[in-house]
Design a protein around this ligand. Sequence first.
Ligand SMILES: *Cc1c(COP(=O)(O)O)cnc(C)c1O
Length: 393
Amino acid sequence: MTSALMPNYQRLDIAFEHGEGPYLYAADGRRYLDFGAGVAVTALGHCHPHLVEVLKEQADRLWHCSNLYRIPGQERLAERLAEASFADAALFCNSGAEAIECGLKLVRKYHDAAGDPGRYRVITCTGAFHGRTLATIAAGGSPKHLAGFDPVVDGFDQVPFGNLNKVRAAITGETAAILVEPIQGEGGINPATAEFLRGLRAAADEYGLLLFFDEVQCGLGRTGRLFAHEWAGVAPDVMALAKGLGGGFPVGACLAAGKAAGALTPGSHGSTFGGNPLAMAVGNAVLDVVLADGFLEHVRAVGASFREKLAGLAGKHPRVLGEVRGVGLMLGLKCVVANATVVRRLMDNGLLSVPAADNVVRLLPPLIVGEDEIDEAVAIIDQSCAELAETAT
Ligand SMILES: *Cc1c(COP(=O)(O)O)cnc(C)c1O
């Protein structure tokens, strides 16, 4: 492998040359069913004709001009996201970590403007993942991600995921916000219960805190609703998006409602690349597809069918698989054998997946998959489990 690259990634020894829909093609010509989707990013599959067309058209017109000027594509995408959500305004950036960082700055600024600058701390949950910048590793609180990067950025208090009593007990006069993933992705596909999310909303309202949802992975249709929190009927004040929003083009967004939407006053935050015309063209094209009639119903139907078939496989291969977790097309297989072994075997048999914490294998197919591809994946998982059960002692 290339030695001029920094050694921060543990990559599998395979390179892809092109992609089409749910398939990736390796340099040796081999075809893989891509149920990792670049970690929930290529939500419409590879080279979706509408995205390719819009990207090419925009490439011929204007790539970048900076946020010194109006960018109509931003205005349009913000308006569409606001229209389809709890939010009143959006700010665009280039990644999930930046969207979280923006939200973290926003919650501090919000309380500062309200005359309460001492409120800066954010309650987060165990098992969380919010990105890899200094502030977002502090928010995530994973010892693995924090190791070697002391001092830890101050301002985060972590409580057990799902424990409302602990959340309430952690609230002090310095608390500004509660940050949570409605469904933890990296943590192992752990959905928060509707009851927990409703309890967070009530606690936030009671203490004047902002409720901040990280939907970087679970948002944009992944669960069969445009946003995962819709399943619980609970709206946040602030929300981070990225991954699926650009369908493979780097783009992130921080959305906010009410007073929070106006908290980042002129000059208080910014990004050179954030929301540039190329990114906005693609983001709007993604929404064209995701917001079209029947699209989310399709995700719900295919997701339910996939989940049922996976539950069947878990029952059939108890020496390899445990429970099935998740919602829509954000699914996880708790493994009995090492998850890395399962990911590797699936890949050898032509199916790409993504490992997660808690010994889980994530299945995050593009949202455009049909029953045929679900069946193809199920057959590969079935065969792989049979092979692994033979070698497992
Ligand atoms: C991927 C992810 C992030 C970080 O996004 P990057 O684009 O890698 O910075 C943050 N939160 C969640 C829930 C994620 O899944």
